[in-house]
Design a protein around this ligand. Structure first.
Ligand code: IFM
Length: 463
């Protein structure tokens, strides 16, 4: 079967019949309505309104207007046959200042969403934090301050108290790597800080917050708890020892810096040694390493993995270039010939199998989910009013086949969420990059399923 034919259900790709097929979004990327129903300001409101921060000066003020179109969007998910929908809750809708007073209208919105999903036969999968920190918490120091972790656990309990009777699947953070390193080291995401030491403290406090929230929700009776990390397959550009060492460093700072504390209760020794060499190791260790690592490694029911691409790295950064993240200076990204998406990300589905199998080796009993996978393409081929996105369809097909391969090799991979349900606000790149199964016309906000959506709906159909 070529990727472009409609598959006769998930088993046509070698996936088990009970494998979940869903789609994912995040609050700031789709909701809009930033000033409604008592919502407070988040770091992304502030950042996107900062001149020069986001391409073309775009913001999430309106986004896909999902806040007003939610029932229509859930109907669209039903048409796609989704088993589950992964969404995030905007913390500033629930606690406008990040602590204390709770805004009932914010909780009510998510309560209506959950009811709508359940009525449509779609399992809600809730992420508590997809990067929209309430601005007052950033003003008090943000994730580099331990108090933010305590506030996060309080917020998690508030959301659970309102929705825990209907939502079974809870994720604490989405991609803490991005929050820490793009937000606090590279400064290209909110809050736009460029402070290597602060980014490492943020890593630690994101994990502490995850542990505190997980324990509190477990205590409150939550059944399925987890976190989502973005992972990369990492290869060396050659077997030159300098390139092999660049690979080790990139794998350490991209993957193991989160996987080892979460799954093994330790910081990777080599990462600490690299950081010590530039005077930053203690920022990650912190003053109470045992307590922090015990929290970080609080047992999970599921690990979410977001996979998009393989990094191929060589030693030797561009002269004058900033390190991608602390301790990883002198690393260069190369592409040995993979096709790339509109993000410039190399496409390599074998990397997904590699990532799944390496995580499984670290935690053999843990259920895994691909909580994001997908591709941005320009979507410039339109036939009879419909985007003919064969490139995206082929991307999804090849990565789902990689999932099937890993399952056949014994990985307990339970489900997959396409990123994304619909085109949306791609952070610092604004609306220019389209990841959706469904096209959004940003002038009219009209939604039109792409060819990939038809393909996905055929895949989700149970025979
Ligand atoms: O849009 C993002 C999403 O918010 C987090 N994971 C990667 C996606 C594509 O960049």
């Amino acid at each position: 079967m070529t990727p472009l034919e409609n598959p006769a259900g998930r088993t046509a790709l070698g996936l088990p019949d009970d494998f979940w097929l869903g789609a994912a979004t995040a609050a700031y990327q789709i909701e809009g309505a930033v000033d409604e129903d008592g919502r407070g300001t988040s770091i992304w409101d502030t950042f996107s309104h900062t001149p020069g921060a986001v391409e073309r000066g775009e913001t999430g003020d309106v986004a896909c207007d999902h806040y007003h179109r939610m029932p229509q969007d859930v109907a669209m998910m039903k048409d796609l046959g989704l088993d589950a929908y992964r969404f995030s809750v905007a913390w500033p809708r629930i606690q406008p200042t990040g602590s204390g007073a709770v805004e009932q209208r914010g909780l009510d919105f998510y309560s209506r969403l959950v009811d709508e999903l359940l009525a449509a036969g779609i399992t809600p999968w809730l992420t508590l934090y997809h990067w929209d920190l309430p601005q007052p918490l950033e003003d008090a120091g943000g994730w580099p301050e331990r108090d933010t972790a305590l506030r996060f656990a309080d917020y998690a309990q508030t959301v659970h108290a309102a929705l825990g009777d209907r939502v079974r699947h809870w994720t604490t953070h989405n991609e803490p790597w991005v929050s820490a390193f793009l937000g606090y080291a590279a400064g290209i995401h909110a809050p736009g800080r460029r402070d290597a030491a602060a980014s490492l403290r943020a890593v630690r406090h994101l994990l502490v917050g995850h542990g505190l929230a997980t324990r509190a929700l477990r205590e409150a009776g939550a059944e399925s708890l987890g976190i989502t990390v973005n992972l990369y397959a990492v290869s060396a550009a050659s077997d030159d020892p300098a390139d092999v060492d660049a690979r080790r460093r990139m794998d350490g700072m991209s993957n193991r810096i989160f996987l080892e504390p979460l799954l093994l209760g330790r910081w990777p020794d080599d990462v600490l040694a690299d950081l010590d060499a530039v005077g930053l190791g203690d920022e990650l260790r912190g003053p109470t390493p045992e307590e922090d690592l015990a929290l970080a490694s609080t047992p999970l029911d599921a690990l979410g993995i977001n996979y998009y691409s393989r990094h191929t790295v060589a030693a030797g950064g561009e002269p004058g270039s900033e390190p991608a993240y602390p301790g990883s200076a002198d690393v260069r990204f190369v592409n040995p010939g993979y096709p790339v998406t509109d993000m410039g990300w190399p496409v390599d589905p074998t990397g997904l199998s590699e990532v799944l199998e390496s995580v499984h080796a670290l935690a053999p009993d843990l259920s895994l989910y691909v909580t994001e996978n997908g591709a941005a393409y320009p979507d410039d081929v339109v036939v009879d009013g419909r985007v003919q996105d064969d490139d995206r369809t082929a991307y999804l097909d090849s990565h789902l086949r990689a999932c099937a391969t890993s399952i056949a090799r014994g990985v307990p991979l339970r489900g997959y969420f396409a990123w994304s349900l619909m085109d949306n606000f791609e952070w610092a790149l604004g609306y220019g990059k389209r990841f959706g199964l469904v096209r959004v016309d940003y002038d009219t906000l009209e939604r039109t399923p792409k060819r990939s959506a038809e393909w996905y709906a055929a895949l989700t159909r149970r025979q």
